[in-house]
Design a protein around this ligand. Structure first.
Ligand code: BES
Ligand code: MN
Ligand code: ZN
Length: 508
C-alpha cells in the first residue's frame, strides 16, 4: 500500500474520509462535502448513533451531488483530547473499513481545526502511520486467495496544508513501521522456516542498512562456556546460534568521533529466540502448541528494532543480542535434573526443561555485559504463561533494578500505545530459586511465576548495570484485531523501544 501527502483539494472520485468532532460537529472538509451533497452527511448522522466519538465510523455510500464512491465520517472526539494515538487509530480504522471493500484508494482530509494541540502535519503523519500499520497482513502461504478475498487498498492519500512537513514527519515513522512489520513477519513464520540459522540469516540482511551482524555457532559458544543456552538446544537437529547486531549511530571510539563518554557506550537489547518451544522432555500438552512458533518473539522485536534504528539513522550506539535455540525432546535433549554451567560460572539445576527461555537469556545477558559494557540493558522474552494470567493481553510485564529505566519504559509505552506494567522484585522471591544441588534451579513453585523468572534473570546482571526485563508472552500475538494491529503477530515492543531510545538515549 502506497502513502502520499498532498495539498488539500477534495478528490472528485474514489473514497474520501473526513473527521467529525464530538457532538457530530463537522470539520471544514466534512462541511464542504455536506454542502455538495445537499446535506446527505448531516442527514446520515441524524439518522443513527454516530456522535463523532473516537473510534466511531459512519459510511455514506455514493451520495448524490458528488462523484465519490463513498464518504467515511470518522469520529475524532473532543479537540482538546486529540492525541497522536487517536489519530493513528483513525488512520487504522479507515483502512480496516475499506481494505476488504474493493475500494482501491482513499483520501483522508486533515483540516486545520482550532483547539487541537497536535499540528496538522504531525496529525497527517500519525494518521498515515496508523493506516500503514493497519494494512499489514501475513498471507504468503495462501495460494488460493481469490482476488475478492485479497486486501483491496493500494493507495492512501493524506491531504493537508504543508504536505512537505507531513512527509518529513512520516519519513522517520515509516522506518519504524518497517521494523514493526519485519517483527510481525518473523513471528508469523512457522518453525520449519524460521529456526536458529534461518533467523540469523534474516538478521544478516540488516547489513545493507549499516548494521554490523555477527553470528556465533555452537563451537564458539562452547568455548565461551555457554552451557545454559547450549543445554536448551542440544535436543534439536537445528544448531543453536548467538546473534549479535550493532548499530553505531552515535559514533564513538570505533565508529567515529561523534559519540563521547556515555553516549559512546551502547544501550543493549537482548531477546529470547526460542524458534520453537515443545517444552523439551518436560513436554507441553498438544493443545495450542503451535503457538510456540512465536517463542522467538523477543528476538523478533530486537531484530525489528535494529531495523528501525538503522533505517531512521538514530543517533545512538545500540547492540542487539539474541539467543537462538530450538527446544526439542530427543535422545540428546537435556533431562530434568541436569546441572549446567552458565557463561557466568554459576551452575543451574534444570528442574523443568520447559523453563528454557531464562536459560537462553542467562548466557545472552552475560555475554552482552562482558562484551559491550552497556549503559543499560533491556531484555524481551515470551517468558511465562503466568504473565498472561496476571496482565492479560493488554500490558507486558516490566521488571527492573533501576527506577529511572522503569519509568522511562512506562512513559514510552504510554506514548506509543504499547503499555508495560511494573511488577515487583525482591529477596523473598529470589529465595524460591535456590537449589539443593547447584547455585540455583530454573523454576520456583507456581507462586509468582513471572517474578521468579525475572529473579532468575537478575542473577545474571552485574551490579551497577541498569536492567529491565519485559515479559511479552501476553502481547506478542493477538487473536483480536485492533485498529492499528491486525490479528496475529503484533510487533509489540518495536515502537516502545524505538521511543525509549529517541527520548532517552539519542544524542545524550
Ligand atoms: N514460552 C513459554 C511461555 C509462554 C507460554 C509464552 C504461553 C507464550 C504463551 C515458556 O518457555 C514456558 O514454557 N514457561 C513455563 C514456565 C514454567 C515451566 C515454570 C510456563 O509459563 O508454563
Ligand atoms: Mn518453555
Ligand atoms: Zn519458551
Amino acid at each position: 500500500m502506497k502513502i502520499a501527502f498532498v495539498a488539500p483539494k477534495l478528490p472528485k472520485t474514489g473514497a474520501v474520509a473526513v473527521a467529525v468532532m464530538d457532538g457530530g460537529k463537522l470539520t471544514p472538509s466534512a462541511a464542504q462535502l455536506d454542502r455538495a451533497t445537499g446535506g446527505a452527511l448531516t442527514r446520515a448522522i441524524k439518522g443513527g448513533r454516530f456522535k463523532g466519538n473516537t473510534g466511531q465510523v459512519l459510511e455514506v455510500l455514493a451520495p448524490a451531488g458528488i462523484g465519490n464512491s463513498r464518504v467515511l465520517l470518522v469520529g475524532l472526539g473532543k479537540p482538546k483530547d486529540v492525541k497522536d494515538l487517536g489519530l493513528e487509530e483513525m488512520g487504522g480504522n479507515v483502512v480496516e473499513r475499506l481494505n476488504r471493500s474493493g475500494e482501491r484508494g482513499v483520501t483522508i482530509m486533515v483540516d486545520a481545526i482550532p483547539g487541537i494541540a497536535v499540528p496538522a502535519p504531525a496529525r497527517a503523519a500519525h494518521c498515515a502511520l496508523g493506516a500503514r500499520l493497519s494494512a499489514y497482513s501475513f498471507d504468503r502461504y495462501k495460494t488460493k486467495q481469490k482476488p475478492e478475498e485479497k486486501p483491496s487498498l493500494e493507495q492512501v492519500t493524506v491531504m493537508v496544508d504543508n504536505p512537505a512537513a507531513a512527509r518529513r514527519a512520516y519519513a522517520a515513522m515509516e522506518h519504524v513501521a518497517e521494523g514493526v512489520d519485519l517483527t510481525r513477519n518473523l513471528v508469523s513464520e512457522p518453525a520449519n522456516i524460521i529456526y536458529p540459522k534461518s533467523l540469523a540469516a534474516e538478521a544478516k540482511k540488516l547489513t545493507k542498512l549499516g548494521v554490523k551482524v555477527r553470528v556465533l555457532g555452537v563451537a564458539e559458544m562452547r568455548k565461551l562456556g555457554m552451557g545454559a543456552l547450549l543445554g536448551v538446544g542440544q535436543g534439536s537437529a537445528q544448531e543453536s546460534q548467538l546473534l549479535v547486531m550493532q548499530w553505531s549511530g552515535a559514533g564513538g571510539s570505533k565508529g567515529g568521533a561523534k559519540g563521547k563518554g556515555k553516549a559512546a557506550q551502547p544501550v543493549a537489547f537482548v531477546g529470547k529466540g526460542v524458534t520453537f518451544d515443545t517444552g523439551g522432555i518436560s513436554i507441553k500438552p498438544a493443545a495450542n502448541m503451535e503457538d510456540m512458533k512465536w517463542d522467538m518473539g523477543g528476538a523478533g522485536v530486537v531484530i525489528g528494532l535494529m531495523r528501525a534504528l538503522a533505517g531512521r539513522k538514530a543517533k545512538v550506539n545500540a547492540v542487539g543480542v539474541c539467543g537462538l535455540a530450538e527446544n526439542m525432546p530427543s535422545a540428546s535433549a537435556q533431562r530434568p535434573g541436569d546441572i549446567v554451567t552458565s557463561m557466568s560460572g554459576q551452575t543451574i539445576e534444570v528442574i523443568n526443561t520447559d523453563a528454557e527461555g531464562r536459560l537462553v537469556l542467562a548466557d545472552a545477558l552475560w555475554y552482552t555485559q562482558e562484551k559491550f559494557k552497556p549503559r543499560a540493558i533491556v531484555d524481551l522474552a515470551t517468558l511465562t504463561g503466568a504473565v498472561i494470567v496476571a496482565l492479560g493481553h493488554e500490558y507486558a510485564g516490566l521488571f527492573a533494578n533501576d527506577d529511572k529505566l522503569a519509568d522511562n519504559l512506562f512513559a514510552a509505552g504510554q506514548a506509543v500505545g504499547e503499555g508495560v506494567w511494573r511488577l515487583p522484585l525482591g529477596e523473598a522471591y529470589d529465595k524460591a530459586i535456590n537449589s539443593d544441588a547447584a547455585d540455583m534451579k530454573n523454576v520456583g513453585d507456581r507462586a509468582g511465576g513471572s517474578i521468579t523468572a525475572a529473579q532468575f534473570l537478575l542473577r545474571f546482571i552485574k551490579k551497577g548495570t541498569p536492567w529491565a526485563h519485559l515479559d511479552i508472552a501476553g502481547v506478542t500475538w493477538s487473536s483480536k484485531a485492533k485498529p492499528t494491529t491486525p490479528k496475529g503477530g503484533t510487533g509489540f515492543g518495536v515502537r516502545l523501544l524505538d521511543r525509549l531510545v529517541a527520548d532517552n538515549f539519542e544524542g545524550k
